[in-house]
Design a protein around this ligand. Structure first.
Ligand code: FAD
Length: 465
């Protein structure tokens, strides 16, 4: 039996559910990746993530060669390309891991119809998450709208075990034409200038092991909100591209917890709860795909977002005169990644201080983030805007100055990303000033207290309608 494994966001050989089943159920597996075309038109892509993807494909191709196989690369519409491959290979089955987002699901539906037309089996597997969107439901069998009860239920459910690493995919069929490995030019994008993480399954596995064994996981609960240094796992890009399996990550955490002291156990639990946030937002997007177009909470669909373009540009470039905001936005530009606490600060600042629509922030993040994940990004933006599932209540508006004092009291993070502030005394970084902090550094572009009041009025009005 010949099968095709259609790689998408599972660019690894270890703990890969569909690939494991394909290898067990077939004499030959043709491992294929199809470079999509829709991203060319979409404003949700940028060089950082595509550059990381290119490196990951290169590494996947090498790993497949090492087990005597060959990555087959095609470009275009996934349905027609898979149809062509089915004819070329005589495959009787197509295997893939299910994509949690609506775009991926739509293509899966079309591939299923194509396979049915040709009498080919289409086998899809849960792989990206520990629990699927229909598995964690409330007492009435409905999806949760709030994280805490979701996570309690999620934590209580038995978790799937990792699947064994694939060691062989049979002999690759001869004469199959494969494209060369792509560069970001394939998507007509400019070169990536950000220092994105080193790609590939092996490197990602090393990052995962280092996070667990180096003491960072043990200190996670205490340190995860500190943006200076590397205290969180930084595994989000690896999870985004499936360079590590979620089952293996979870199992490693559980093993570490089994022999740990109480404080470490609590820290590991705090980390695992973050993994539940990822699945919560995927569940929200699954059940309410309209969140990509509008506010989850209908009460706030009439809130006006009339921030001006110059403010939006200043925010994107890290020139707002709010050091913590500028540091975060510059970290994003320089690396394609930003610390979670700072993501919350900059997103709340854009929506509540600058009154710019959360969808513009969402789209900028998707263009820049190496870990750009539709569900988590939309969830994070709607949380900060105060409009989403389990959102921060609209009246709880973070103050960027007090946030700085609390999470970057020495200004270490700010000074790393905004070098012109390196000689400024730390206490000056957490209060508004009326003279520039350094030559060339702007004064704050808005007054936080005034903008806070404006936001509160707008949300109250929308609520009262
Ligand atoms: P850790 O602190 O080590 O957390 C472990 C893992 O849990 C992360 O790798 C991630 O997979 C998951 N996680 C943690 N926090 C969240 C959260 N709030 N929501 C969903 N999953 C979470 N995360 C993305 O992966 N992609 C995005 O596009 C994205 N956009 C965001 C936009 C905004 C406005 C905000 C506020 C948050 C966003 N997040 C996003 C969530 C979070 O900021 C990142 O997952 C986290 O910073 C990644 O760093 P880490 O791997 O070191 O996280």
């Amino acid at each position: 039996r010949v099968s095709i494994h259609w790689f998408r966001r599972d660019l690894r050989l270890t703990d890969n559910t569909a690939l494991h089943h394909a290898s067990k159920g077939s004499d030959q597996v043709v491992p294929a990746y199809i470079l999509s075309t829709w991203k060319r038109q979409h404003d949700w892509t940028g060089p950082n993530r595509q550059h990381f993807l290119c490196g990951n494909l290169e590494s996947l191709a090498k790993n497949l060669e090492a087990i005597g196989s060959q990555l087959l690369l095609r470009a275009g519409d996934a349905v027609s390309e898979l149809e062509r491959l089915v004819h070329e290979t005589g495959a009787s089955a197509v295997y893939t891991n299910r994509d949690p987002d609506p775009f991926g699901r739509e293509v899966e539906g079309k591939v299923a119809a194509m396979c049915q037309k040709h009498g080919v089996e289409f086998l899809t597997f849960k792989d990206v998450t520990l629990h699927g969107p229909e598995e964690v439901l409330n007492g009435e069998g409905k999806p949760y709208r709030v994280y805490t009860p979701y996570s309690k239920n999620w934590l209580s459910l038995p978790k799937p075990e990792p699947v064994p690493a694939v060691k062989s995919l049979g002999i690759t069929l001869p004469k199959l034409v494969s494209l060369k490995l792509p560069t970001v030019r394939h998507w007509s994008l400019p070169e990536c200038t950000a220092a994105t993480p080193p790609p590939g399954e092996r490197t990602a596995r090393d990052r995962m092991k280092a996070f667990i064994s180096s003491g960072r996981l043990a200190a996670y609960a205490d340190m995860r909100n500190t943006p200076a240094g590397h205290h969180s796992s930084c595994l989000s890009p690896d999870l985004r591209y499936g360079l590590i399996g979620i089952r293996e990550l979870y199992q490693r955490c559980q093993k570490a917890a089994a022999t740990a002291k109480a404080s470490t156990k609590a820290s590991i639990e705090a980390y695992v709860k973050e993994l539940a946030w990822r699945e919560f937002y995927m569940t929200v997007l699954h059940h309410w795909p309209e969140v990509l177009e509008m506010e989850f909470n209908p009460e706030f669909r009439s809130v006006p977002w009339d921030g001006d373009d110059a403010h939006y540009e200043a925010w994107k470039e890290g020139r707002t005169g709010f050091p913590i905001v500028d540091a975060g936005m510059r970290q994003l530009l320089a690396t394609g990644w930003m610390h979670n606490r700072v993501r919350m600060i900059v997103s709340m600042f854009l929506t509540k201080d600058l009154h710019v629509h959360w969808r513009l922030g969402e789209s900028w993040f998707m263009q820049q983030l190496v870990d750009g994940e539709i569900a988590s990004n939309n969830g994070g933006w709607q949380w900060s805007a105060g409009t989403g599932a389990d959102a921060a209540p609209y009246f709880r508006i973070q103050n960027p100055w007090t946030q700085t004092k609390r999470y970057d009291p020495e200004g270490e993070y700010i000074k790393q990303w905004v070098p012109e502030l390196k000689d400024v005394a730390a206490e000056k970084l957490f209060q508004p000033c009326d003279t520039p902090l350094a030559k060339g550094y702007p004064l704050p572009i808005v007054d936080h207290s005034q903008e806070r009041e404006r936001t509160l009025k707008r949300f109250k009005m929308a609520k009262g309608r």
